[in-house]
Design a protein around this ligand. Structure first.
Ligand code: HEM
Length: 122
């Protein structure tokens, strides 16, 4: 598998993750009665699929870039963002009032990971 394959997979995963986080957080922020459980199920499934694509392609790219242990600092940032974006839906489910904070954090996550992935600063 070549680098472009993993890169494309990484970006598709990112699109799915951010689309689903947007929908999930908006739903929580507007405190909807959640009458349509199947829509929410679709969103949480896409959230999981996005995370899976991101981590598989991420490690694939690390191998292609010949980056092994110890991992560079910018990868640790990506890993932390990955874990937090995964946890966010569970934390928001427990505490819907935190949805606004996660909304802002998600934007920060997007900006930070783009900077890390493109600039690889440390
Ligand atoms: C939610 C979590 C993540 C987001 C939003 C994210 C986002 C990005 C973005 C926007 C890029 C730049 C893409 C490009 O230049 O083509 C990138 C590159 C990269 N990401 Fe991630 N990433 C995440 C998680 C991860 C994880 C978990 C890993 C590995 C364990 C990883 C490994 C990489 C690598 C190795 C690159 C460099 C690719 C290159 O040199 O072209 N990422 N990531």
């Amino acid at each position: 598998m070549d680098m472009s394959f993993y890169r494309i997979l990484h970006i598709i995963g990112i699109l799915l993750l951010f689309q689903s986080l947007g929908a999930y957080l908006f739903n929580a922020m507007t405190d909807r009665a959640s009458g349509d459980k199947s829509a929410l199920k679709m969103v949480t499934r896409l959230h999981g699929l996005g995370l899976l694509l991101i981590v598989i392609s991420g490690f694939g790219m690390l191998a292609k870039l010949q980056l092994f242990w110890p991992l560079p600092g910018w990868i640790w940032i990506m890993l932390i963002v990955w874990v937090l974006s995964g946890l966010s839906v569970f934390l928001v489910k427990k505490n819907p009032a935190s949805a606004r904070m996660w909304w802002i954090l998600t934007i920060v996550f997007g900006v930070v990971t783009v900077l890390m992935g493109v600039l690889k600063p440390f």
